[in-house]
Write a protein that binds this ligand. Structure first.
Ligand SMILES: [Zn+2]
Ligand SMILES: [Zn+2]
Length: 510
């Protein structure tokens, strides 16, 4: 308090000085002029009123000898209010007179608060708020949490044992079909996006009857509220053995960063688990597969079949395995897959996944070497190399004109891979294997080249399309469904011998 007053003292003196000098404002100059005749009237002593007014003025201020109504300036802060203590404002008249008034204490300015103690199922949490001005803190309790209930289906041929913590070595798990998600120390907690906190997880063991087995693909996880999108359910689902995660064997599982109550359905298979296999479909290239992350001639896989392996030991594994491979295009060909950084396998049209667990990330490692992580199910990779310098002019151009629908184009006749949108509704003709090609008739020692186009019609809601709705101009042999079982809207135009225009007019469904 004293310090604040002391600090403001020079400001007060400055203001007083300004008032006495009568120098700066036009107002004060006018005052000085009007005082001259009145001074002479004092000498006359002609008016009682003037005498009395003169006495009044002189008694208050030496510098002015006239009647005076104070004219105050703006309020000035003369003592700063704090969160808890009142302040003071002062305004001054040019004559030096002043008035003061109190300013209310400001009250604390609380920040958004921070959870300083996390609530659990057993104890309340604490939110601590800090005043942004004076850094005083206050706390508020956070109610205990209910946590998330994890329910295992009551199936046959297996039993579920749940751990309270992550300590498999020292804890005996309990056989149960329902439990709460807990942090790794055994506290019932709810998900909080702040990474520093221990998130809810579930650690469990599945023990099958003799002759039965369970793998990561035999465990289906959905939200108790019907949510199915993995990212809204949990972060990771891991099966052992996994040294890094401390999962001792393939009976042990952990689901991390659980975000809601879950229903887990386990369906054991009768027999051994299948080892995830990786199939390459090569067009104008060969592929070299490595046993592990070590890219060397000594580490090449020589088997006909390729399996996901441990990235360090190179051993074939049932879950969490990886595949390292190098693409070697034929002379004059390149693989333009467009992938420049780590990409989710499921977003790549040339990776066909058997399940959501088929692979996690597709990573270009340079020098034609690639890696797919976390291969937990069969995975196919289409490596369609194209001539160096591009494919322009190698195929006929097919122009699509569509109404109430769009088209997506397949690179080959293998419809397990995801089709992609054509550029400006134009695509080029290819052989069934994916080579951009124009028609070549069979000749002496020359095989017939039969260009085709494979496409998927994506309909607007409420619309349908039949063969009669697809009108083609140009030279071709046949329009037919590509794979009616897989999708009746997959179509194929075969033995194309010229540029085509394909007009597809979807019609309102009956
Ligand atoms: Zn005054
Ligand atoms: Zn404060």
């Amino acid at each position: 308090m004293n310090k604040r007053k002391f600090f403001l003292l020079p400001i007060c003196l400055l203001l007083l000085g300004a008032c006495n000098s009568n120098s700066s404002s036009p107002e004060s100059k006018a005052d000085a002029k009007s005082s001259e005749p009145e001074v002479s009237s004092v000498e006359d002593v002609s008016s009682q009123e003037e005498v009395s007014s003169q006495e009044e003025v002189s008694s208050s201020e030496e510098i002015s000898s006239e009647p005076h109504t104070h004219v105050y300036g703006e309020w000035q802060v003369t003592m700063i209010a704090t969160c808890t203590e009142k302040g003071e404002e002062t305004r001054y008249c040019e004559c030096g007179a002043s008035e003061t008034r109190e300013v209310d204490a400001l009250g604390h300015k609380w920040d958004a608060g921070e959870m300083t103690t996390r609530p659990t199922g057993a104890t309340e949490g604490v939110t601590t708020y800090t005043c942004e001005r004076c850094h005083v803190t206050k706390t508020e309790p956070i109610a205990k949490v209910d946590g998330y209930t994890i329910t295992f289906n009551q199936g046959e041929h297996f039993k579920v044992y749940v751990y309270n913590t992550q300590d498999y070595a020292n804890e005996t798990p309990t056989e149960t079909n329902s439990c709460k998600a807990k942090d790794k120390y055994g506290n019932v907690v709810e998900y909080d996006p702040a990474d520093a906190l221990d998130q809810p997880q579930i650690n469990f063991k599945v023990v099958c009857d003799e002759g039965y087995s369970v793998g990561i693909n035999d465990v289906a996880i959905v939200g108790a509220d019907g949510t199915t999108k993995k990212g809204d359910l949990y972060k990771n689902f891991k099966q052992g053995p996994n040294e890094t995660e401390g999962l001792p064997d393939d009976e042990h599982y952990r689901i991390t960063k659980i975000q809601r109550s879950l229903n887990i359905t386990i369906t054991p298979i009768n027999g051994e688990q299948k080892i995830p296999e990786v199939t390459f479909i090569n067009n104008h290239c060969s592929v070299i597969v490595y046993k592990s992350a070590t890219i060397s001639d000594e580490n090449i896989v020589t088997d006909e079949h390729f399996y996901a392996r441990d990235k360090t030991s190179g051993e074939i594994v049932q879950t969490g395995g990886q595949i390292y491979f190098k693409v070697v295009p034929e002379t004059g060909y390149v693989w333009n897959n467009g992938v420049t950084g780590d990409t989710d396998v499921k977003d790549l049209p040339f990776c066909a996944q058997n399940s959501e667990n088929s692979g996690n990330k597709f990573k270009p490692l340079g020098d034609g070497v690639y890696n797919v992580t976390k291969v937990n199910d069969d995975l196919s990779i289409l490596i369609n190399c194209i001539p160096e310098g591009g494919e322009a002019g190698l195929g006929y151009e097919v122009t699509f004109v569509t109404e109430h629908c769009t088209v997506l184009i397949y690179q080959t006749q293998d419809y397990q891979f995801t089709p992609t949108a054509p550029t400006d509704n134009k695509a080029i003709t290819r052989t069934s294997k994916g080579d951009a090609a124009q028609y070549v008739a069979a000749g002496d020692g020359v095989a017939e080249v039969k260009p085709q186009i494979n496409f998927l019609i994506v309909l607007e809601e409420g619309y349908t399309v039949a063969k009669a709705n697809i009108v083609i101009t140009g030279d071709y042999n046949k329009l037919e469904q590509g794979n009616a079982t897989l999708n009746p809207n997959i179509w194929k135009i075969t033995k194309i011998k010229s540029n085509l225009t394909v007009t597809i007019t979807a019609v309102a469904a009956a």
